[in-house]
Design a protein around this ligand. Structure first.
Ligand SMILES: Cc1cc2nc3c(=O)[nH]c(=O)nc-3n(C[C@H](O)[C@H](O)[C@H](O)COP(=O)(O)OP(=O)(O)OC[C@H]3O[C@@H](n4cnc5c(N)ncnc54)[C@H](O)[C@@H]3O)c2cc1C
Length: 437
């Protein structure tokens, strides 16, 4: 099989572009095939509908003190960060159907919260976030968040509080995602529950799309947009990649950098093994509706958290003469229609009774065929059985993506981590170091 490029990268999100950049650094020719008409995937900065302000539609917040790969990119490109929310916050909580201006738990429930958090932190110490979870003895923790709290006998008020935090961390119901994913992130955050919830507050001044563009430019790669890949065939000679439009490209090594939930939509020959396909078919229950709104009469330092509300978290990000530009995270079980301004006003009024929503903008990543979910949270039973299989090369095909990361699973740092690893693995294939077939 003749080759057009040293490596073909399928998927131009942050992870695929990181792989392309590292391969470019090492002197390799790279082709990136991206399904959408833009790079960045689940990281996407664009103007708020019909206005000039740019907003982050997808991945945004980083904490370089715990995100080593993000810190490397900040250093390489001299990137500036800005804090989204902080300082003297007007914290409001909505639990049990009631709006509160003070910490929502009282009396014995505070002791119960302390005991629950102690158990969670203790369990997080069992997780080594730098090793695949199936290589550790963690199956007993790979149960749903709901089941983990059931087993602890967590009282109702504390459960609601933790469900708010888990809803914000996942965009999924507490019965749908694994406590082992949550514990892995807490472990990665130096075993801090608070850190995971409250310490990731910085965003890139230039926006995530511009960050992706910097890496893309540095890669020297040829980039084909609107080129969804439909088939990937490998043999002893190399890999042939075919797009939905019928274009065919060949290379000795291929990086698959699409979301995990999208793998079943690509025809692989030979087929991917079952320990990859089972988690891919299980997919991503994360379906957070990250919603941007222009809101009149919103308290400027509002920091709202709730459970049983439409938004699990909401805060203003920018002040404008016609109102605040605010972000709300709408997690299930809410079925809020985020295009309905009256429904959004009712949702915001759960925290700020005088507010009025006058414009809104969001993207449905769960319905998007090239994402099939927001950030990955693993369903119960997947990580303890299949984690190492997700990032394992299959002959000449290697895998990138935040979804197959080891440390920051589902996060921007994980996308960079897995992209760097895939570039190394692709280089090993080019060097003939990996067994093929
Ligand atoms: C709403 C939202 C909020 C988030 N907030 C944060 C946050 O604050 N902090 C944080 O760290 N992380 C956050 N994340 C997660 C983070 O954005 C992602 O984990 C990360 O961007 C994933 O990068 P990736 O390259 O692995 O995947 P993706 O960005 O999904 O890139 C995969 C690429 O593959 C392409 N593709 C798919 N199918 C095909 C095909 N058949 N052929 C060719 N190309 C294909 C897609 O179009 C896409 O460009 C958030 C995500 C979302 C959606």
């Amino acid at each position: 099989m003749g080759s057009d490029f040293d490596v073909i990268v399928v998927g131009g999100g942050l992870s695929g572009i990181r792989a392309a950049r590292d391969l470019g650094d090492a002197g390799h020719s790279v082709l990136v095939l991206e399904a959408r008409d833009r790079l960045g995937g689940r990281a996407w900065t664009r103007p708020f509908a019909g206005r000039e302000e740019l907003v982050e539609i997808g991945g945004t917040w980083v904490a370089p003190e715990v995100h080593p790969h993000v810190a490397d990119e900040i250093a390489r490109y001299d990137l500036e960060l800005v804090v989204s929310h902080g300082g003297d916050l007007d914290s409001r909580w909505h639990f049990g159907g009631e709006l509160k201006r003070h910490f929502p738990l009282e009396g014995d429930d505070i002791y119960a919260l302390e005991r629950t958090l102690f158990q969670i932190i203790r369990a997080s110490h069992r997780v080594d976030p730098d090793r695949p979870r199936d290589e550790q003895d963690l199956a007993d923790l790979d149960v749903s968040v709901e089941r983990f709290l059931d087993d602890l006998g967590t009282p109702a008020a504390v459960r609601e509080f933790i469900y708010m935090w888990a809803g914000l961390g996942s965009g999924a119901l507490p019965g749908e995602w694994s406590m082992l994913t949550a514990l892995s992130l807490i472990a990665a955050m130096d075993n801090s529950v608070w850190g995971w919830y409250g310490a990731v507050t910085d965003r890139f001044v230039i926006g995530m799309s511009a960050v992706v563009d910097l890496l893309a430019r540095d890669s020297g790669a040829r980039i084909e947009l609107s080129a969804p890949v439909s088939r990937v065939e490998q043999d002893d000679e190399g890999v042939r990649v075919t797009t939905a439009a019928g274009a065919t490209y060949r290379a000795p090594a291929v990086v698959i950098a699409t979301p995990l939930a999208v793998w079943p939509d690509i025809e692989f020959s030979p087929a991917l093994p079952e320990d990859k396909m089972e988690p891919a078919r299980a997919g991503n229950p994360g379906r957070m509706k990250k919603t941007w709104m222009v809101v009149e009469n919103l308290p400027p330092n509002l920091f709202a958290s709730g459970w049983g509300t439409d938004f699990v978290q909401m805060f203003p990000e920018l002040e404008r003469p016609d109102g605040a530009i605010a972000m709300g995270m709408c997690a299930p079980p809410s079925e809020l229609d985020v295009s309905d301004l009256d429904a959004l006003t009712r949702a915001v009024r759960q925290f700020a009774p005088e507010a009025d929503v006058v414009a809104a903008d969001a993207h449905d990543f769960a319905a998007d065929p090239y994402a099939k979910g927001t950030w990955l949270v693993n369903p119960p039973g997947m990580l303890s059985a299949h984690h190492s299989a997700l990032g394992r090369p299959e002959g000449r095909i290697v895998f990138a993506g935040a979804d197959v990361a080891v440390r920051w699973i589902g996060w921007l740092d994980g996308a960079l981590e897995a992209g760097a690893r895939a570039a190394e693995q692709a280089r090993a294939v080019l060097g003939g170091a990996l067994p093929v077939g």
